[in-house]
Design a protein around this ligand. Structure first.
Ligand code: PLP
Length: 408
């Protein structure tokens, strides 16, 4: 008899987006004349930039010629891309990360989901609440969560991120071995300062813990002084891994390319306290389970770092950030308290006193025909908040803002 991995039965239903879709579809069916605007989407709306498309076409031609055709590529990514990443995203910022610490992948989702495999089943996990659900669910699958009771898993350490602490997680009271931090944050749109990251790095070094740092939205950082990488903090190379993605940086959500930085100085320990290189273990894992990102896609990602690619992708992100300002401005004028949107494509607003996240969802849909995402769907501490995204077109974003202003 085939037996199930019981941990999968511990997963809570992915109720959030299914329920959003269900309520939206029901409303549209009952009101076919209304134009519903989605500010719930976490996907980009602008196409790949010309510099990327040109590079991909050229790579496509190479693949059609015997002399330049390529089969399986390196598991960890082609050197041309790893070198470009190391140079532009790290060395140009004075951060000492080299190409052999970079692993190219098909997504930050896969990387943040898979990296936990390197750690023992009894590792204690801490994560921000509200949270990008992948960190939690993959640890549930791995059997680290304990049972689900009263809305939370017993063995997970939840770090509330709410307006009262400026959405910055406080250090865990109990011991943790792994901590997921996300900055710029999905869903709250907040960023962690150098001061805050320094506190986390010191804590991780002291506890021999590892920080899994997700900076998939790094390209949205515009404020001076906000760290772009955890490796700006001295000592982080001994206690952190960083995940980045071309998805939101350059519109690769459908094309798939990302990378993970595993410093050679990062060590993890066996039962006897003997240290092992996380970089070598991750290489072993990737070479066993992953056959690399397509050559054509990696050439496209490399072109993001060309002068034209940098300029073209920056303009697109500026456009999304302009959308964020339009939404946040309208919300504030209408009397809401709204956070985020300055260094992130997410606006996180406080629902009115006594109105739950789902009640606010229904209100926005029925009164303004705007779809957002209820904060409670991202975790316990997201209750009383609501997420709007800046990824729609400028035209529809402006229309949504006009509707919000009617609430003034
Ligand atoms: N990390 C965060 C915080 C995200 O919000 C997302 C996507 O929404 C991802 C990772 C996934 O990125 P990718 O498209 O590279 O898999």
């Amino acid at each position: 008899m085939s037996k199930i991995n019981e941990n999968y039965l511990n997963l809570q239903g992915s109720y959030l987006f299914a329920e959003v879709a269900k309520r939206t579809a029901a409303y549209k069916a009952a009101h076919p004349q209304e134009q519903v605007i989605s500010l719930g989407i976490g996907d980009v709306s602008r196409p790949l930039v010309p510099a990327v498309v040109d590079a991909m076409k050229k790579a496509c031609d190479e693949m059609g010629q015997a002399g330049t055709f390529r089969g399986y590529g390196p598991y960890e990514g082609y050197d041309f891309l790893r070198n470009a990443i190391a140079r532009h995203d790290y060395q140009a910022r004075g951060i000492n990360i080299s190409a052999d610490e970079i692993f190219v992948s098909d997504g930050a989702k896969s990387d943040v989901a898979n990296f936990q495999e390197l750690f023992s089943a009894d590792s204690r996990v801490a994560l921000q609440d509200p949270v990008y659900p992948v960190y939690l669910d993959t640890n549930v699958m791995a059997g680290r969560s304990g049972i689900f009771e009263e809305g939370q898993f017993k063995n997970i350490i939840y770090l509330p991120c709410v307006a009262e602490n400026n959405f910055a997680p406080e250090l865990p009271q109990a011991h943790a071995d792994l901590v997921y931090l996300c900055s710029p944050n999905n869903p709250t749109g907040s960023v962690l300062s150098a001061e805050q990251l320094k506190k986390w790095v010191e804590w991780a070094l002291e506890h021999q813990a590892v920080i899994l740092y997700d900076s998939a939205y790094e390209a949205f950082i515009r404020q001076d002084g906000v760290p772009h990488s955890i490796f700006e903090i001295p000592g982080a190379e001994k206690c952190a891994v960083e995940f980045r993605s071309f998805s939101k940086t350059a519109g690769f959500t459908g094309t798939r390319c990302a990378y993970c930085v595993v410093p050679k100085a990062l060590q993890i320990y066996d039962e006897n306290g003997t240290a092992h290189s996380a970089n070598a273990l991750w290489m072993r894992r990737q070479s066993t389970k992953f056959n690399g990102v397509p050559y054509i896609i990696q050439r496209g990602a490399e072109a993001v770092y060309s002068p034209e690619g940098l300029q073209q992708t920056r303009e697109i992100i500026d456009g999304y950030l302009a959308n964020a300002r339009v939404i946040a401005g309208a919300l504030k004028k209408a009397g809401f308290t709204a956070y985020g949107g300055e260094n992130a494509p997410y606006i996180w607003l406080k629902t009115p006193q006594g109105v739950s996240s789902w009640q606010f969802f229904d209100f926005m849909l029925q009164e303004l025909q705007i779809v957002g995402t209820p904060g409670s769907g991202f975790g316990h501490s997201g209750e009383g908040y609501f997420r709007l995204t800046a990824f729609n077109t400028p035209e529809l974003t402006e229309q949504a803002a006009q509707r919000i202003l009617k609430l003034k």
